[in-house]
Design a protein around this ligand. Structure first.
Ligand code: G6P
Length: 609
């Protein structure tokens, strides 16, 4: 997830509008920033590592009077944060900024190198500039863009300018957001309305498969196949802050709703159905070593720890690899038994958590192969592990982790298939898991359809002081994560417990003031879970059940409140069952008036012991 801005018009200096827009889009990425402005075809490009204010200082007084330009604030996916990898990218007279991931960039790059194109960066984005430049040798600017689009696969919002056409800007969209701000005598293109709202509240949202051609006076929208489209302008009455959150009241809620995209981005280009296998570019160098691995240890903290627990169930059942999950803070100070046949996997959204980093250093020191499942490209954990897989979930702003979690689970499924296929897993099983995994984003969307019901339940239970979260097998870790979420956001004392363990002690706590949220999907342990519900009901405890769709009638007499999730493979249910628990925590916290994005006593990234 990056932020892009484009300006074309007669009213303002492009550089000023672009810098201002970048600052407002910084929440989308902030590892480097760049800008290209043009004055009568003379281009000036500026790039800086770090936040936008560093770029601003670099530009200094060089802000000439320009009326067309593009800018970008980056959240690295392909290629570490560096000046070379910062956008805009260029080839010949083409300059562009890109938000998204080009899946087939390596094949395209190889072809272009054969045609004598020289590349300056490690990014997937630069390939698109070269592709347009190559087509532009034979075709006009607009046709060249369209011809390039037919060759790229992936997600993109692109804003493109041409040195020979200083009064034209082209933008295209496929699966990455793009909106035009419309004002008299000027247009602003951006990833979201927060970069626009201070100039105009008239906006046009561009849809997938659409291309916009802008001049200082007018714009037209057409499909990639050339059909003109009439677009409706919308009037926004958002404040700057609301625009950054795209109308959601908190970043946490926005990030919960971003999960279908976060999962799609984690899977993009990594599912190869015809081989029944996952392609994980970051593991290529250690592929052979992974064949010899006999054991896995996952180290992580907080929400990432709960993701690791789900991974343990998947890896043992489907890859046949003995797996343990440890709190990184414990692993680092005891005597961990690892050797070169052990892969120690760090799961970390930030890639900077001090305990996880120390655990990885300890494992490395003992000769283990270390791997990272990390969201932040080039973070310390990403750099210090031998190899790894990036999440591509984009920055997570809310302190309580949501989209990073489902993204981590998605990577763990891919890793299970990859390691499983190196061992006993059949082609058919690999294909079955991956085919179903592809449907998860749509199924998460389906969970959102029940938002009203979830909100009602959250408000109803927000008054309690203590709660149990119970689950079994794949959903035991989700019970832990659900309890963690409600503790963090709503300050309700909650315990995540394996439902079968209740009878060994915790059930003594149950009474009418101690409700339980029970994960009861239609899985191999469903009957056992039903027994747990009965035991709680018999002691006067209230029950909220999360179950598979179609079960409502059957469960009605057992549970006080019911939330349904779509049917999926047992190993994939955590990707769906966690979503209502995130919403329960969010709405309970919001009802109590807490600062959901910045809960008390917590930090997004804990870089101290
Ligand atoms: C902090 C955050 C949690 C997060 C944990 C691990 O405690 O508040 O939301 O799960 O750190 O962070 P990591 O970046 O390593 O995943």
């Amino acid at each position: 997830m990056c932020g892009i801005v484009g300006y074309i018009g007669k009213k303002h200096r492009a550089g000023e509008v672009l810098l201002d827009g970048l600052k407002r889009l910084e929440y989308r990425g902030y590892d480097s920033a760049g800008m290209c402005v043009m004055d009568e075809g003379r281009e000036q490009t500026f790039k800086a590592i770090g936040k936008v204010n560093i770029l601003e200082k670099k530009i200094g007084k060089c802000r000439t009077k320009t009326n067309i330009g593009i800018a970008h604030t980056r959240w690295a996916t392909h290629g570490k944060p560096s000046i070379k990898n910062a956008h805009p990218h260029k080839s010949g007279k083409i300059h562009l900024v890109h938000n998204g991931i080009i899946e087939n960039y390596q094949e395209l790059k190889d072809e272009l190198i054969k045609k004598r194109h020289e590349f300056y960066s490690e990014t997937d984005s630069e390939v698109v500039a070269h592709l347009i430049d190559e087509e532009n040798k034979k075709y006009d600017f607009e046709t060249a863009v369209i011809r390039a689009l037919t060759q790229i696969c992936g997600a993109y919002a692109l804003v493109i300018i041409h040195e020979d056409e200083p009064k034209k800007m082209i933008a295209v969209r496929n699966s990455s957001p793009l909106v035009i701000g419309v004002a008299d005598g000027e247009f602003i293109l951006a990833s979201d309305a927060s970069a626009i709202i201070q100039h105009t509240n008239r906006v046009v949202y561009i849809d997938d498969g659409e291309m916009v051609v802008l001049t200082p006076d007018t714009y037209r929208v057409k499909t990639f196949s050339g059909k003109n489209k009439r677009k409706k302008e919308q009037l926004l009455d958002w404040t700057d802050d609301e625009a950054q959150k795209e109308g959601y009241s908190h970043f946490m809620l926005k990030e919960i709703f971003e999960q279908p995209n976060a999962v799609s981005d984690a899977l993009r280009g990594r599912i190869i159905l015809k081989n029944g296998n996952a392609k994980l570019g970051g593991l290529i160098e250690v592929t052979e070593q992974l064949r010899d691995i006999e054991r896995i240890v996952i180290v992580s903290c907080g929400t990432s720890y709960c993701a690791g627990l789900v991974g343990e169930y998947m890896l043992e059942e489907y890859a046949g690899l003995p797996t343990e999950v440890e709190y990184a803070s414990e692993f680092r100070y005891r005597k961990p038994l690892v050797n070169k046949k052990t892969a120690v996997i760090a799961i970390s959204q930030s890639g900077e958590t001090a305990d996880t980093l120390a655990a990885i250093r300890e494992a490395k020191n003992k000769g283990a192969l270390t791997l990272g499942i990390v969201n932040t490209v080039s973070s310390t954990i990403a750099r210090e592990t031998h190899a790894g897989v990036y999440n591509h979930a984009g920055p997570e702003v809310g302190v309580a982790s949501t989209k990073a979690f489902t993204s981590q689970l998605s990577i763990l499924v891919l890793l299970t298939v990859f390691l499983g296929r190196q061992r006993q897993m059949s082609f058919t099983m690999g294909k079955k898991i991956l085919s179903e995994l592809k449907h998860i984003p749509k199924k998460i969307d389906k969970v959102f359809e029940d938002e009203k019901n979830i909100k009602r339940i959250a408000r109803k239970y927000a008054k309690y002081e203590s709660m149990f979260y119970l689950g079994r097998k794949y959903n035991f870790p989700i019970a832990m994560e659900g309890a963690l979420k409600i503790k963090e956001i709503s300050y309700i004392h909650a315990e995540g417990y394996p439902s079968g363990e209740m009878k060994h002690g915790p059930i003594a706590l149950i009474d009418k003031n101690f409700p339980s949220v029970i994960l009861a999907p239609n899985d191999s342990v469903y009957d056992k879970t039903l027994s747990a519900i009965e035991e709680i009901k018999a002691r006067g405890g209230k029950v909220v059940a999360i179950t598979t769709e179609g079960n409502r009638e059957k469960l009605k007499k057992h549970a006080n409140d019911i939330i349904e999730i779509p049917k999926t493979l047992e190993m994939l249910t955590p990707l769906l069952s966690v979503v209502p628990l995130q919403l329960l925590a969010y709405y309970a916290g919001a009802k109590k008036g807490f600062d959901v994005d910045k809960p008390r006593n917590l930090a997004k990234s804990v870089t101290v012991e």
